[in-house]
Design a protein around this ligand. Structure first.
Ligand code: SF4
Ligand code: SF4
Length: 458
């Protein structure tokens, strides 16, 4: 038994808490979770059945914590978990699970399979069975502060562009601001229109806000790779930054996993409540709308639909807010089938988009989103997660579908009722893939000649 396997085995054993023990003992093997998982539905391969993905964890539970398992192992009747098993399960626990939680919604006995996948990843990562792309993204986050290697100078370049474009100030390290805005590196590199939208919206609303130079990155690769200690270290940068600046609310950006990590996992990871509130940007915008501080004019000509990011809608409960906001600017809004809490994943969350081993299965899984869009006819796809946006752009390109994808915050900002001080929005309120972006390399240098479909990925 190798030392790394032994460590991984012991971590799996430690991860089995009371909820996991109850989930494993209550599974009735009905297979209903299979029909909820896009990796199963789009391949028909039973190995992608969600409960099968956590088989290593189940084996450890049975052997270590059940009388029958202990007896079977003592009599030599049960095969022990091996390092080879873990190597074989890497594909199932990382490449073909986005932690979307759809399977957990349909399980008749209430098993949270996504939670068990997340816990299984702890043992996988410690035993050396995490994909290279996810390991590299996590290392960059620890060493540089961002999974895509974005440093503060790159953010400052974007701020300079934005200030020139809008004539508005982007406050850096402003103590006592009401809001601290976080960004995902995906936004900094591929969608600078998000920050521009924030500056315009807060200017109109008359709200004070800031970016923290020591904690601007929202993405938590520690959650995606499945190592609690790293997740805590990454999270503490935000907590320290927000508490140092004494901000009232930290805003999670258009990124699904950042919201889960900060809003739901965070206080448990650090073992105490925050001294600030955490909201997703859509929650903040909807509050501004209710308070009459978000005023728009005009409507989108295009027919719009909305892709609910799993971590924001299903796992995060932010379902009504995007619809309230879309009503402000959409003349023709149409829902996809299964919209809302049961929406289908884009196929690239949970670290899947950072994992090149998963490219083939991810594009196969995208057939589910394709089917949802095909039902609607010509449409513009709005979403609120930069990772979903990149993944869907790639999927649409793969299947040669002409569907523009845009962020909700920038769509709202494109219709702000203008105050005289603000430079009008860019001429095309709904840029197509690759248009209207400052393309930055991970080192923050501008890239020349970026083409649609050549987005930077972690
Ligand atoms: S749906 Fe629930 S009970 Fe049925 S096989 Fe899956 S985990 Fe087990
Ligand atoms: S969390 Fe989502 S991707 Fe993972 S097994 Fe469940 S349904 Fe499939």
């Amino acid at each position: 038994m190798s030392a790394s396997f032994e460590r991984g085995y012991n971590v799996l054993k430690e991860m089995i808490d009371a909820p996991i023990a109850s989930y494993l003992s209550s599974c009735v093997r009905c297979g209903m979770c299979a029909s909820a998982c896009l990796f199963f539905t789009e391949t028909g391969n039973p190995k992608y059945t969600p409960i099968h993905k956590i088989e290593p964890l189940r084996k450890v539970w049975r052997r270590e914590y059940t009388l029958i398992g202990k007896l079977a192992s003592w009599l030599g009747l049960a095969k022990p978990l091996t390092n080879e098993d873990l190597a074989n399960w890497q594909e199932l626990l990382y490449d073909s699970c986005t932690l979307c939680g759809r399977c957990s919604m349909v399980c008749p006995v209430g098993n949270d399979i996504a939670y068990m996948v997340r816990k299984s990843r702890e043992g996988m990562a410690i035993s050396g069975h995490a994909p290279a792309g996810v390991v590299a993204a996590t290392q960059r986050t620890i060493e540089i502060g961002s999974p895509m290697g974005v440093r503060l100078p790159a953010v400052k370049v974007q701020i300079k562009h934005l200030e020139q474009e809008t004539g508005l100030e982007v406050p850096l390290d402003k103590e006592g601001a009401e809001y601290m805005v976080l960004l995902s590196s995906m936004e900094i590199i591929n969608f600078p229109e998000y920050l521009s939208a924030i500056a315009r919206i807060f200017h109109q609303a008359g709200k004070s806000w800031t970016i923290c130079s020591e904690a601007f990155e929202a993405t938590n690769s520690g959650i995606q790779i499945g190592v609690g200690d790293l997740a805590r270290e990454i999270l503490m940068r935000i907590v320290d930054g927000a508490e140092k600046l004494k901000v009232r609310t930290v805003i999670s950006p258009e990124c699904g996993h950042a919201f889960t990590a900060l809003r739901w996992d965070g206080p448990n990871l650090i073992g105490r409540p925050y001294a600030f509130k955490v909201q997703h940007i859509l929650e903040v915008l909807d509050e501004l709308r209710i308070a009459g501080k978000l005023k728009t004019e005009g409507f989108e000509e295009a027919r719009l639909t909305y892709h609910d990011p799993c971590q924001i809608a299903r796992r995060g409960g932010v379902v009504e807010q995007p619809r309230n906001l879309l009503k402000m600017v959409a003349k023709d809004f149409v829902e996809m089938s299964d919209a809302g809490a049961m929406n289908w994943c884009c196929g690239g969350g949970g670290g899947v988009s950072a994992n090149t081993d998963a490219d083939e299965i991810r594009l196969k899984a995208f057939k589910r989103k394709k089917a949802q869009l095909d039902e609607l006819g010509p449409v513009t796809l709005v979403t609120a997660c930069a990772n979903c946006r990149i993944v869907m752009e790639e999927g649409l390109e793969q299947y040669q579908m002409d569907v523009p994808v845009v962020g909700l915050t920038e769509t709202i900002a494109a219709h702000l009722a203008l105050s005289p001080q603000i430079t009008p929005p860019l001429p095309n309120p709904l840029p197509l893939a690759g248009e209207g972006t400052i393309a930055l390399s991970p080192s923050g240098r501008e890239l020349a000649g970026e083409q649609p479909g050549e987005r930077e990925k972690p």
